[in-house]
Design a protein around this ligand. Structure first.
Ligand SMILES: [Zn+2]
Length: 267
């Protein structure tokens, strides 16, 4: 929601659901740029996402998927990770989250009146004044160490056969550390301690933030929560199963742990 100067160049994050439009340029794929969005009627609603250096970034939604042309193609947002610089991928994720928010906040959840856009990231109900901001759902990840091994699990909702860290959503009224303890106990039956913050990552599928922690095994036998997990065990660095791809914070945490283990071996 921004009036744009005619010659101002912009980056265009254009989506159809979770597919993003990429421009083919000199053998590479990149985010389309220019003063106007490519192939879209000027009156199409655009949303401001932020700035890339000095360049303004907009998000746009297509009403149908784009057929591949000599200049453009559509790619799943996750797959575009391989084509974009990390900061640009993060901006694409933000654009996707903003569009998701617009799609899912059209009516006031309190009284049902159509919402009015107030700022780029705030809508207000003209009837009851209820305000809405883009929602972020927090989820924790936990790397549990037990001597020279870590716990890796396979959840039913993983699309591929890899194993990763225990994860779960933060509940209302819960601290992140309580969430870590609860999820680990519920999903694996293990008690843990020494819960330490590692790092976080926006995860725009569709609107999460992943918050990573490391912890140490204290006691208990692995008892998997079968509705969530299909397998899980402690693995040493030389006998790791298939791991998640490097787009994810879980993989960054596992790679960090492998390096830490390798340092120990060298000492
Ligand atoms: Zn209302």
């Amino acid at each position: 929601m921004h009036t744009q100067n005619q010659d101002e160049s912009a980056l265009w994050f254009i989506f159809f659901n979770n597919q993003i439009v990429l421009e083919k340029r000199m053998g590479k794929l990149s985010i389309p740029s220019g003063s106007q969005p490519p192939f879209i009627h000027e009156t199409h609603l655009r949303y401001t996402v932020g700035k890339w250096g000095e360049t303004i970034c907009y998000a746009l939604s297509l009403t149908e998927a784009l057929e591949e042309t000599t200049d453009y193609l559509m790619k799943d947002l996750r797959e575009s990770h391989a084509d974009l610089q990390p900061e640009q991928f993060q901006m694409a994720g933000k654009a996707s989250e903003i569009l998701y928010w617009h799609r899912t906040s059209r009516f006031c959840p309190a009284c049902g009146t159509p919402m009015e856009q107030f700022t780029d990231i705030m809508k207000r109900c003209p009837n009851c004044k209820h305000e809405m901001y883009p929602t972020v759902s927090a989820a924790v990840l936990v790397l549990i160490r037990k001597k020279e091994s870590i716990l890796l699990v396979h959840a039913h909702n993983f699309k591929k056969p890899f194993k990763s860290l225990v994860a779960g959503f933060l509940e209302t009224g819960e601290s992140l550390e309580e969430c870590v303890k609860r999820e680990v106990l519920e999903e694996t039956g293990l008690e843990i301690g020494n819960i330490t913050y590692f790092g976080s990552q926006p995860w725009p599928f569709p609107n999460n933030i992943m918050i990573g922690f490391t912890a140490d095994y204290v006691k208990g036998e692995i008892t998997l929560q079968e509705e969530e997990l299909s397998s899980g065990d402690f693995y040493t660095k030389d006998h790791l199963p298939e791991l998640p791809r490097n787009i994810s914070l879980s993989r960054k945490m596992i790679d960090w742990w492998i390096k830490e283990e390798e340092k120990k071996v060298r000492l």
